[in-house]
Design a protein. Structure first.
Length: 119
């Protein structure tokens, strides 16, 4: 399993960014995909998740209305559109998928992409 994030960078408050996560090594269209973020000194938190078919999404309360998660199962890619960015959105953003089996749960993570919101 490989997850590779891209699209992070420096943006001014109120600006937008679109993150991408290219997945390989598993049947992408069969798995829920998620975005998490981790700010300095804070725990990693769930940002959003999307069902395997893309017809169901869930967001953390602080991201509702500003972030949109989507996926393209033909391209094995999940996206995170982030609008109206705030300084408190500054964090490393990680792509995640979780495998469930009779032996337990295994999480896979990308390397992360830095998002910095600052004037």
């Amino acid at each position: 399993v490989q997850l590779v994030e891209s699209g992070g960078g420096l943006v001014q408050p109120g600006g937008s960014l679109r993150l991408s996560c290219a997945a390989s090594g598993f049947t992408f269209s069969s798995y829920v995909m998620s975005w998490y973020r981790q700010a300095p000194g804070k725990e990693r938190e769930l940002v959003a998740l999307i069902s395997s078919g893309g017809n169901s999404t869930k967001y953390a309360d602080s991201m509702k209305g500003r972030y949109t998660i989507s996926r393209d199962n033909d391209k094995n890619t999940v996206y995170l559109q982030m609008n109206s960015l705030k300084p408190e959105d500054t964090a490393v953003y990680y792509c995640n998928t979780r495998f469930l089996s009779n032996t337990g749960v295994r999480d896979y993570w990308g390397q992360g992409t830095q998002v910095t919101v600052s004037s």
